[in-house]
Design a protein around this ligand. Sequence first.
Ligand code: GLN
Length: 490
Amino acid sequence: MPDAPLTSRTATELLALQAAGAVTAAAIADAFLANIRDREPRVKAFLHVDEPAVRAQAAAVDARRARGEPLGALAGVPVAVKDVLCTKGVPTTCASKMLEHFVPPYDAHVVEKIKAADAVLIGKTNMDEFAMGSSTENSAYQTTRNPWDTTRIPGGSSGGSAAAVAACETPVSLGTDTGGSIRQPAALCGIVGVKPTYGRVSRYGLIAFASSLDQVGPFAHDVTDAALLMEVIAGHDPRDSTSVDTPVPAYTQTLNRPVAGLRIGVPAEFFDAGLDAEVEAAIRAALAVYEAHGATLVPVSLPHSAKHAVAVYYIVATAECSSNLARFDGMHYGHRTRTKADLIGTYAKSRGEGFGPEVQRRIMLGTYALSSGYKDAYYLKALKVRRVILDEFTAAFDKCDVIMGPTAPSAAFPIGEKTADPLAMYLSDIYTISCNLAGIAGLSLPCGFTAGGLPVGLQLLSPPFDEERMFRTARMYEAATAWHTRRPKF
Ligand code: GLN
């Protein structure tokens, strides 16, 4: 794309242009800020953009380059960050009234990493409150729009980070995925999104929703940029006790090496009655592309995952959130009511005012599932089924290198369509949730469009800590297709 505007470029291209002296970090920042000014009234992806601070970061990179100083892997590349990740001196709200005035005194591990790589933090993105949702409609502040059709949702909960990349308001961004919140919005916005293996990326400074499921991961226009960002954020951090001390491969170096003799597991359960026909056709066509490049399709079976993953997830995730969100009571943390009351009354009022309806619903469900008398029937039972789901994946990966299927059951749905029906909303994650329960890695990449012009995402699931092969597998498809080069019109 020789004449493409700067804002349509990938991070990798922006790095090359800077290295060649063709463009400055300041010019890149200005171009993306101009798009933000122009498009945000329609997209509403950002909760916070501080233009002078963005320009100052870019100018600092240019000054260091001019002095001949060594620069990091993301020098001068704008990165947008989901508002659930702590940013020192920059508001971090989790899209909740509860944290409306919270300005963290420290950076999350991943934010430290992107700063150390000389990236430019361009802003904080909108999300479902405390990352609970599949459409970004649960934000206390605004509803983000899908850049391909602004009457539709971008997916969620990291909908702001996905829409910001799709709308070319930033080349790359960070989101979090507890049950699909990176892969599902990536699919619905026509970009790449990665849920790393549990323990691959530190959760330090990520405001917890469900600690045993949460992972931070990248959004990008293509697999190369996603791999680049993963290389920067992955790795051991002693401040997160679940962070695994294992080397991070140089993903970008091996990316273009196709996987010889690739075996793709195709679970019949991923093509059930709930799957939209146009989505199914796009996924089948993508599998045929792999076959044409020498891959073999292997039938695999994930019956427990298909039948029970959503139920197990909504017990485990709500139980953990009821515990994690207990600290927001107006005394220890978060919004304090102005109404005069005794201690318990102050807790109740503060939480009632600070949390939105979906967060309150989850806290109540989780508290119930953990209460004495129900704990064995619900929570402990869910943990047992969770183990069975992991065993099922382990058995499937004996027969294949990667599992493929749809990321989401349908393309982006209209704003408001599912807000009155939480159960219908919960089913948006039917294909993504089991990956988090099993702690394995997942990726969504663009694999086509519906007749109505909405993107469709292909999901890849990989054994734990096998991201390197997952990126190579994704890149094989991308190298043979052009979906990832499309950008929405504004
Ligand atoms: N949509 C799922 C939920 O509402 C997943 C959210 C997430 O991954 N953060 O919990």
